[in-house]
Design a protein around this ligand. Structure first.
Ligand code: ADP
Ligand code: ZN
Length: 530
C-alpha cells in the first residue's frame, strides 16, 4: 500500500481518496510541482497535508503552507494537533516568545507542517530560518490571491515566485477554487509554474439548486422564499444573504428580525469584535441567517448552510459561484437563490465606469459582468452555463429553475425596436438622455408630469407600447441592456443610450429573443398566513 493511502487511513481515518486527490498526493509526495483547481469543499487541504507528512517522514523536512487566512490556519493547526500531527503556525497572533519557540521547533525538525502568512514568509528573518532548516514542500493556498484582476489580490503573493528560485528542488503545490482561464494563466505565470501539472476537478455542486428570479419587491420575494422552503414551525435553516452595501445589510437584517427570523448583520464597517461574535454565533448555533456583504465568506466553514441568497448582483460568475458555493458543503440539498433586475445591471455597469481602474481593468470587469448577465438571462440550464464558464461541459441538470420550469421565450424583435427608437427619439427631442422609467411611461402613453413638461406626448413612440405592462417593459429593457443592445450612459444616472448592436435591431437585421416576464405569484406555502 502506498504511504499516502496509509496516512489517509491511519492518521486521518478516511477510507479512500476523493476524486483526483490520490493522483495529486502521489505526484507531490514524489517531488512534483502542481496547480490544483478544486471547488470549495472538494478537499484541497489533504492534497498538501498528506505529502507534507510523507516527505517529512522521508527526511526531506516540513511542509510550509502559505495561507492568507489566519482563522483558517488556526482551525487547521488545531485539527492537525488533534490528529497527532506536529503542526504549528506563524502569524501576527503569536507573541515574541511563542514565535521564537515555534521557530526553534521548526529548525530542529520537530514540526512537520508549518502554516505561514504570506507577509511573514518573505521577511528576511523567515528566509534565514528557511535557509537553516529542512523544507519538504511549499503549499500555496488560495493561489488566486496572486491575480491582480481578482478581488482577493494580495501583493505579497507576487513575491512567492522567489521560493522557486531559492529552493529549486522543493516541490510546490498551488491550490485555488477559482478556475477561470484568466486567473489560471496568471497563477501559472506569476508563480512560475509552467512545468507544473494542472489538476482540474469538476466544479459541479449537484446538491445546489440554482434559481434566479426577476426582482419586483426583492425583500418580500426573499422572505417568501425563506418562509416557503427554509422554515418549519419555529425552526429556520442556516443561510447567508448577500447585499452590496453596508446600509442594505443593516436594513435587511432589521427587517428580517421584525419578520421573526434570527438574522444578524455582517460587514466591513462593523467593529471587529461584533463581526467576530456574529460569525461565531452563525457557526455554532442553529437557525441563524447571516445578512452580509462579501466581506463575509473567505474562510467560513459551516457545512450545513442550507441557502445562499443574493439581493444584489455579484460582480462576476466566479463571485456568484464562490458565494453560492458556501451552501450545502455537507452534500445535502441546498438552494442558491438570487433576485435580479434592471437596476442591478445599471448599478454594476455604473460601478465599473466610476471605478478608478484603468481601461484594461474596466474592460475585464465589463466582460466578467456580461458573462454573469448571460447566466441571469439564460433560458436554458443554469448549471450547464455555469460549468461552461469554467471550461466544463455538461448536460441539463434537472436541478435548476430553468430545467424544472423551462421559461417561455418570445420573439421580442418588434418590442425591442419600439424601445430602441423610443430611446433615440426622446434623446433627439431634447438632447437629454433618459432612464428606463421615463421611457416606459412614453411607450405606454402615460402623461406623467415629466412627460408633459418635456413635450414627450408629441413623440411618435408615445403610446405605441400600451399593450404591455410596466413590469413587462422593464423585463424588455433589462434584457436589452444585458445583451448589450442598449448601454448605460457614463455620465447620466442610469440613462440609456444606443449601441452598435442597437442599429442592427432597428434596421431589422437582428432578431431579439426574450424571456417571457413571469408575474410573481406568492408561494402556496405563504398563503393562509396572516
Ligand atoms: P477545501 O479546502 O477544498 O474547501 P477541505 O479540504 O476543507 O476542502 O475539505 C472539505 C471537507 O471534506 C473536510 O471536512 C474534509 O475533512 C473532507 N474530506 C476531504 N477529503 C476527504 C476524503 N478523502 N474522505 C473523506 N472526507 C474528506
Ligand atoms: Zn439545470
Amino acid at each position: 500500500m502506498s504511504r499516502c493511502l496509509a496516512i489517509l487511513n491511519e492518521t486521518f481515518g478516511y477510507p479512500a481518496f476523493r476524486g483526483p486527490q490520490a493522483e495529486i498526493v502521489e505526484h507531490v509526495a514524489a517531488g512534483g510541482d502542481c496547480l490544483v483547481l478544486m471547488p470549495t469543499g472538494g478537499g484541497k487541504s489533504l492534497c498538501y497535508q498528506i505529502p507534507s507528512l510523507v516527505r517529512a517522514e522521508a527526511g526531506f523536512g516540513a511542509g510550509i503552507i502559505v495561507s492568507p487566512l489566519i482563522a483558517l490556519m488556526q482551525d487547521q493547526v488545531a485539527a492537525m494537533t488533534e490528529l497527532g500531527v506536529r503542526a504549528a503556525c506563524l502569524n501576527s497572533t503569536l507573541d515574541a516568545k511563542q514565535t521564537f519557540a515555534t521557530e526553534r521547533a521548526f529548525e530542529n525538525g520537530e514540526i512537520d507542517m508549518l502554516y505561514v502568512a504570506p507577509e511573514r514568509l518573505m521577511t528576511a528573518r523567515f528566509q534565514e530560518l528557511l535557509g537553516r532548516s529542512r523544507v519538504g514542500l511549499f503549499a500555496i493556498d488560495e493561489a488566486h490571491c496572486v491575480s491582480q484582476w481578482g478581488h482577493d489580490f494580495r501583493p505579497e503573493y507576487i513575491q512567492l515566485s522567489v521560493l522557486h528560485e531559492r529552493f529549486p528542488n522543493v516541490p510546490r503545490i498551488a491550490l485555488t477554487a477559482t478556475a477561470d482561464e484568466l486567473t489560471r494563466g496568471e497563477i501559472i505565470q506569476r508563480l512560475a509554474l509552467d512545468d507544473a501539472r494542472v489538476f482540474i476537478s469538476s466544479f459541479d455542486r449537484p446538491n445546489i439548486r440554482y434559481r434566479i428570479v426577476e426582482k419586483d419587491n426583492a425583500r418580500t420575494q426573499l422572505y417568501d422564499f425563506i418562509r416557503g422552503e427554509h422554515v418549519r414551525g419555529k425552526e429556520c435553516d442556516a443561510g447567508v444573504i448577500y447585499c452590496l452595501s453596508r446600509r442594505k445589510v443593516e436594513e435587511t437584517a432589521d427587517w428580517l428580525v421584525e419578520k421573526g427570523l434570527r438574522a444578524l448583520p455582517y460587514h466591513g464597517g462593523m467593529d471587529a469584535a461584533t463581526r467576530q461574535r456574529h460569525q461565531e454565533i452563525f457557526k455554532r448555533e442553529e437557525g441563524v441567517v447571516m445578512v452580509a456583504t462579501i466581506a463575509f465568506g473567505m474562510g467560513i466553514d459551516k457545512p450545513d448552510v442550507r441557502f445562499v441568497a443574493h439581493l444584489d448582483l455579484p460582480k462576476s460568475v466566479e463571485g456568484y459561484y464562490q458565494e453560492t458555493g458556501r451552501a450545502g458543503r455537507d452534500g445535502m440539498p441546498a438552494n442558491a437563490w438570487m433576485a435580479y433586475g434592471l437596476a442591478d445591471v445599471v448599478q454594476q455597469r455604473r460601478m465599473i465606469d466610476e471605478s478608478p481602474a484603468d481601461d484594461a481593468h474596466k474592460r475585464i470587469s465589463t466582460g466578467k459582468l456580461d458573462a454573469l448577465l448571460g447566466l441571469c438571462e439564460a433560458a436554458t440550464c443554469r448549471r450547464v452555463q455555469l460549468l461552461a464558464y469554467f471550461g466544463e461541459r455538461s448536460t441539463p441538470c434537472g436541478n435548476c429553475d430553468n430545467c424544472l420550469e423551462p421559461p417561455a421565450t418570445w420573439d421580442g424583435t418588434r418590442e425591442a425596436q419600439m424601445a430602441l427608437s423610443c430611446v433615440y427619439r426622446a434623446a433627439q427631442a431634447g438632447g437629454i438622455r433618459y432612464g428606463a422609467g421615463h421611457l416606459i411611461d412614453i411607450l405606454r402613453g402615460i402623461s406623467t408630469e415629466r412627460v408633459v413638461e418635456r413635450g414627450h406626448q408629441q413623440l411618435s413612440t408615445f403610446g405605441i407600447g400600451s399593450a404591455m405592462s410596466e413590469p413587462e417593459w422593464r423585463a424588455v429593457f433589462r434584457q436589452l441592456v444585458a445583451y448589450g443592445l442598449l448601454a448605460v450612459d457614463h455620465e447620466g444616472h442610469g440613462s440609456l443610450i444606443l449601441t452598435e448592436g442597437s442599429r442592427a435591431v432597428l434596421k431589422g437585421q437582428t432578431q431579439v429573443t426574450l424571456r417571457r416576464y413571469v408575474k410573481r405569484q406568492r408561494q402556496r406555502s405563504a398563503e393562509g398566513r396572516t
